[in-house]
Design a protein around this ligand. Sequence first.
Ligand code: EPU
Length: 425
Amino acid sequence: MLALDKLLIEGSSKLEGEITVSGAKNAAVAVIPAAILVEGKCIIENIPKIKDVYLILDMLKQLGANIHYIDNSTVEIDCSNINNHTAPYDMVVKMRASYYLVGALLGRFSKAEVAFPGGCNFGVRPIDQHIKGFEALGAKVEIEHGVIYAQVKRFEGTQIYMDVVSVGATINVMLAAVRAEGTTIIENAAKEPHIVDVANFLNAMGANIKGAGTDVIKIIGVNKLGGGTYCIIPDQIEAGTFMIAAAAAGGDVLVKNVIPKHMESITAKLIEMNAQVTEYDDAIRVVRKDKLIRANVKTLPYPGFPTDLQPVITIPLSVASGTSIVTEGVWDSRFQYIDELKRMGVDIKVEGRAAVVEGVKRLSGAPVKATDLRAGAAMVIAGIIAEGTTEIHDLMHIDRGYENLEKKLSSIGARIKRTSQGTVL
Ligand code: EPU
């Protein structure tokens, strides 16, 4: 059964006040399967309350893990008694991060059978670098009938050069190598904050990983990981969404529970666009009073401007003075959302991986569909600044990755409410 909720947004709002960022989605969806490698109780704090987290927790439960919430953002996971290495299609199809089950099950049981993952559609989403890493460690990997079969007789540390900078492949190979014999070196590794978070989690459980956050990660295999307590980092993309929302709508917003260092590419871009951004120890204030100015944005792996904020930054650019060019440097196809935005008066043309955005005077509210998670957040911001009423449909994408987005934004002045249109079977 599918609930047909929609968001109704009355536009032309300024944003003012304080807003708090939750734990990082893309760290949580990797740390939770990483707990499979741990024989003991893991207490994980600052877990975001989002669908993707509930889904991955459910997958672990189905594999035999004991899971219970200590409070609404702290969960205890005990995978000591898991003895199943199979994750079928029904279990994994709903989210991309289910590919971490391959690395984690392989690392724990030397065997994994995991159906091909689902997730947002940005064109081709290959996993060849994950497979290359597993094979370099000695695993035999086959894909048949939509299932990844991987097994290894003896995991041996090795040197792996990633042909593409990939968040998922870096984390997955780290998971598989943590309990291998000897030392594994991942070169051309991704450097995103959640890679460091997964390494810190594994180290807190007894692993020996060095260099996470640089492009060379060294993993010295250990026999066993025991339990412990770990706190997930704040969500860089949620924080960036709020910073960009403040700049787009104008006003004065203090974004709390952030690591300002993670936000540098966004801070720099918003300053270039005429916002004032002040960094504190664990908060960032964004003030925007004057007209937004055009800017070019190119998305890149961290520490570049994050691809996940590409649809979001397009909204303030769409009402800035002048012409901006937004270039997608990570995914082949991440502009599918623009046809929806055009309904709201955004003037945008796409040529391959670049979009040319002509600043317009104002956007106008319209019914739109959230085509994916981050495009959905972009449409919410478009609704906040547009004249009139915007209706956003297909909220399941937004709910996958943002905790209470409409409640949080309402608390700083947005006029958003969720309404239910019933259910379909
Ligand atoms: N790639 C390959 N081969 C591989 C893996 C990736 O060619 O084996 C290519 C991809 O096609 C893409 C690039 O490498 O062009 C980067 O992909 P990456 O593997 O880094 O992406 P991912 O791990 O599948 C994660 C996030 C995405 C985010 C990307 C890039 C999670 C669960 N997902 O995906 O987040 O866009 O990194 O930063 O961590 C989101 O949160 O909305 C989201 C889509």
